[in-house]
Design a protein around this ligand. Structure first.
Ligand code: UDP
Length: 386
């Protein structure tokens, strides 16, 4: 018998899940999104004044280590090869990020070989920290005080609004440290940018007669949803429960847009690592698509702040206090019927696009298998260890 599914949220989680379910099982799907566009925080749109493809909610660079995920996204639209290279400003000088041999040599005014730089940093690293418990300890343990204070301490305080000692070590593990001149920001083998932007990828994923998308439609758990066999929710988990235990901590970002002629900063992203500079980074989006020609340019100064009621949540903070709250919400979710929670906001994790896509594919597989076996569909797309 054909199933009726409701998917809340038309970001990558919702679109991938809907795509997989509709192409591999007998179902019809409604997708609702409270915004007036699909794409979630990966939404892209051409800027009216410059025609540059703008990542409306900040820079997104597709990268994955998994060939099957790369092939999957490439099956919808064309991606062009793109390597993300970032610069950092610190005390009136420009350095390449992630920290690599060039950064180390320039910062310490040396001409180290890879082996010499490795030995040098090993001596600077704080070896009294044997089992790093937080962002700061992890940084000090691996790169030492000097590089940490220059490139990570101020930026992280601005970005997260707290001391790096309060943040999980996993956040700094996102960024590699290299003892060669490779300045690719990502370690993953497959990396690129979709030529028509990310929204076009998601449009293709959900282009199907059995999928109906309704925009500007806000979900409320109190609605009568009895016509659906199952609901897949990718909004914030605390919002689902009407914040009954309190609000999970998120950082949000705001953008100051400006225009220039030609090339404004000469590269896609410059990070401002000093605490005194009020913004974290400037991104100039025309550099994401070097195969395009644009006379004018648009760039964005990015500011980070705590999320309040009407802000878009971007970055889950996952402080200890948040994890306690998350446990309460997950316990409450486990008691629900016919609902699953997936994606960055519903599982409250700092996930990249490829993580989200991978997990939605896995969840869809389980949905299909469990439906055939007539066993319950998992409530969460992930297992959380508290
Ligand atoms: N980070 C930093 N300095 C930098 C870039 C990043 O301290 O110049 C830290 C910061 O805490 C940030 C985290 O590393 O939140 C992850 O950086 P990434 O560039 O992956 O952040 P995203 O692009 O997701 O905002």
């Amino acid at each position: 018998m054909s199933k009726r599914y409701l998917v809340i949220g038309a970001g990558f989680s919702g679109c991938v899940l809907a795509n997989q379910l509709v192409t591999q099982s007998d179902c019809t799907i409604d997708i609702w999104d409270e915004r007036d566009h699909i794409g979630g925080n990966c939404h892209t749109k051409r800027d009216a004044e410059t025609n540059v493809m703008v990542h409306q909610y900040g820079p997104h660079i597709f990268n994955t280590g998994k060939k099957e995920i790369w092939d999957y996204v490439n099956s919808f639209v064309e991606f062009k090869p793109y390597v993300h290279r970032v610069k950092a400003v610190w005390k009136n000088a420009i350095y390449p990020l992630p920290v690599n041999l060039h950064t180390i040599n320039q910062f310490f005014n040396k001409t180290f070989t890879p082996a010499e730089a490795t030995d040098f940093l090993a001596k600077l690293a704080d070896k009294t920290i044997t089992d790093p418990q937080n962002f700061e300890e992890q940084a000090l343990h691996f790169i030492g005080k000097e590089l940490y204070e220059a490139f990570f301490y101020g930026y992280t305080k601005k970005q997260w609004g707290c001391e790096p000692t309060q943040l999980p070590a996993s956040i700094i593990n996102r960024i590699p440290v290299r003892f060669n001149y490779d300045d690719n920001y990502h370690n993953n083998q497959f990396t690129g940018i979709p030529v028509d932007g990310y929204t076009a990828v998601m449009e293709e994923m959900i282009r199907h007669t059995a999928i109906t998308v309704t925009l500007s439609k806000k979900f409320d758990a109190a609605m009568d949803l009895s016509e659906y066999d199952h609901i897949f929710y990718s909004g914030p988990i605390d919002a689902f429960f009407n914040f009954q235990y309190g609000r999970l901590g998120y950082r949000t970002v705001t953008f100051e847009k400006a225009y220039a002629t030609g090339d404004y900063q000469g590269t896609v992203q410059i990070n401002y690592c000093e605490e005194e500079v009020p913004y974290t980074r400037i991104t100039e989006h025309k550099h994401f698509t070097p195969w395009e020609q644009h006379e004018k340019t648009v760039y964005f100064k990015e500011y980070s702040k705590e999320t309040s009621e009407n802000d878009v949540p971007f970055y889950p903070k996952r402080l200890d206090v948040d994890k306690k709250l998350l446990k309460q919400y997950r316990d409450a979710a486990e008691k629900q019927q016919h609902i699953s929670f997936l994606g960055r906001l519903a599982t409250y994790r700092y996930m990249d696009m490829h993580h989200v896509i991978d997990e939605a594919i896995q969840l869809a597989k389980k949905v299909i298998e469990n439906t055939v076996k007539n066993t319950p569909i998992p409530v969460f797309s992930n297992v959380e260890v508290f």
